[in-house]
Design a binder for this molecule. Structure first.
Ligand code: NAD
Length: 424
């Protein structure tokens, strides 16, 4: 065969990655092949192209997606991201991971995800509001508080959730707080929701450290990303006495081998929209360099596929806790495992968000308000239980934590599917 006939190697995308992970985990489970096919397939995929009036009066077309992967265990649930690189395959993978994640923490939700291809950094608040409202309108046929409940993800926030809630409520003629989670507190948001994912990352990292006999106080922590997940996690580690050596955003980060003043770093970012290393007693660092720093705990909390076969051999962390969804490719995963790195996989590590989203939804449906203490203690109980269940499978079957977590999640969804049967 000549070179021109040789098929190009398949480009690894998150959807391929998600399917490879399922294949690996399913081999360890005794699931009817038909049931496995059913729960791996995406139930519904909606792509919409819609116009938005820009501030200069022009019309611009945008493309958005909502992928509903599986609702066997409960309504579809998953965030909406605004990012220039988001595409259908990325959203498919994220939707599938949501299904397994909700099952790992035993929350009665299915999995979904949404995204709009746009660059929110280049849009005004009014343009973002019009985009959000029109996208919500396009999704109306598939959303609902008992059907599909969005939440924040990359570059969306409580304000975006407020616009979704308002648009949905207006279309239905009455206020429907349960249509969305991660809302502002004033609109029925839950105490503790903003911090939930970062807190869950901190809890599972602490469990992993305890398991390995590592003290969090004084532990050297590196965080990629300083948004909702990375920023909150970094703050919690610093408050617990860990040394946060480096933190970043999409343009790079700051590094101090003796530990950063996390509060100062985050308020600098908040005030100036960037890190100013001179003011922070730190040096600049690229996102690639940050992942290779010598540390005890590495937390990728930004985008997917950042730890690959190319940089995995240079990752020097003892524990990797995946705040982001899908930051490690399957090849890199295997290499880290072989090198003895303890991995807390995304569907466990960042499940605090969907857990408190569930609490928010329950409070909305019942018109109740829980205290922050109640939320934190319920979250902590759920995260610790899930961690120990995954660890037990990992030990019992002598398998990596990711395979164990997937086995737990997939098995729960498969059992629910078998109980429901297939209609008609
Ligand atoms: P966010 O928008 O609040 O923050 C994203 C952060 O990543 C920002 O600091 C941004 O500058 C940085 N970033 C963006 N592109 C980058 C790049 N190419 N390299 C390095 N950094 C980059 O988003 P978030 O809610 O913190 O989400 C981060 C990750 O966590 C995503 O993978 C998301 O799916 C996942 N996650 C979020 C939640 C949640 O509740 N928000 C729950 C579970 C999982």
């Amino acid at each position: 065969m000549s070179d021109t006939q040789t098929p190009a190697p398949a480009k690894l995308n998150p959807a391929t990655m998600a399917r490879q992970q399922v294949e690996l985990a399913a081999k360890q489970l005794d699931i009817d092949p038909g049931v496995l096919q059913k729960i791996t397939a995406t139930k519904r995929e909606l792509t919409v192209h819609f116009p938005v009036r820009m501030d200069d009066g022009s019309l611009r077309m945008f493309t958005g997606y909502r992928v509903q992967h599986n609702d066997t265990r409960g309504p579809f649930k998953g965030g909406i991201r605004y990012h220039p690189d988001t595409d259908l395959d990325e959203v498919r993978a994220l939707a599938m991971w949501m299904t397994w994640k909700a099952a790992v923490v035993h929350i009665p939700f299915g999995g979904a995800k949404g995204g709009v291809q746009c660059n929110p950094k280049e849009m005004s608040p009014h343009e973002l509001e019009r985009l959000t409202r029109r996208f919500t309108w396009e999704l109306i046929p598939v959303l609902g508080p008992e059907r599909d409940i969005p939440a924040p993800d990359v570059y969306t926030n409580p304000q975006v959730m407020a616009w979704i809630m308002d648009t949905y409520s207006i279309m239905h003629g009455h206020t429907v707080p349960g249509i969305v989670t991660g809302k502002p507190l004033e609109l029925g948001g839950s105490l503790g929701r903003f911090e939930a994912t970062g807190r869950g990352v901190f809890i599972t990292a602490s469990e992993a450290a305890r398991h390995l006999g590592l003290n969090i106080e004084g532990a050297r922590v590196v965080v990629q990303g300083s948004g909702n997940v990375g920023g909150v996690a970094a703050r919690m580690f610093a408050r617990a006495g860990a040394k946060v050596l480096a933190i970043s955003d999409s343009r790079g980060g700051v590094h101090n081998p003796h530990g950063l003043d996390v509060e100062r770093v985050l308020s600098c970012k908040n005030q100036y929209q960037c890190f100013i290393s001179d003011r922070l007693e730190a040096s600049d660092i690229t996102n690639a360099e940050l992942l290779e720093l010598d540390c005890d705990i590495l937390i990728p909390a930004a985008m997917e596929c950042v730890i690959t076969k190319d940089n995995a051999p240079r990752v020097r962390a003892r524990i990797v806790v995946e705040g982001a969804n899908g930051p490690t490719t399957p090849e890199a995963d295997e290499m880290l495992h072989d090198a003895g790195v303890f991995m807390v996989p995304d569907i466990l590590a960042n499940a605090g968000g969907v857990t408190v989203s569930y609490f928010e939804w329950v409070q909305n449906l019942q018109n109740l308000l829980w205290s922050e203490d109640e939320i934190d203690s319920r979250l902590s109980g759920i995260m610790r239980k899930a961690f120990s269940e995954v660890l037990a499978i990992s030990h019992q079957k002598k398998l990596p934590m990711r395979t164990a977590a997937l086995m737990l999640g997939i098995d729960r969804v498969a059992k629910a599917q078998e109980l429901r049967g297939v209609y008609p």
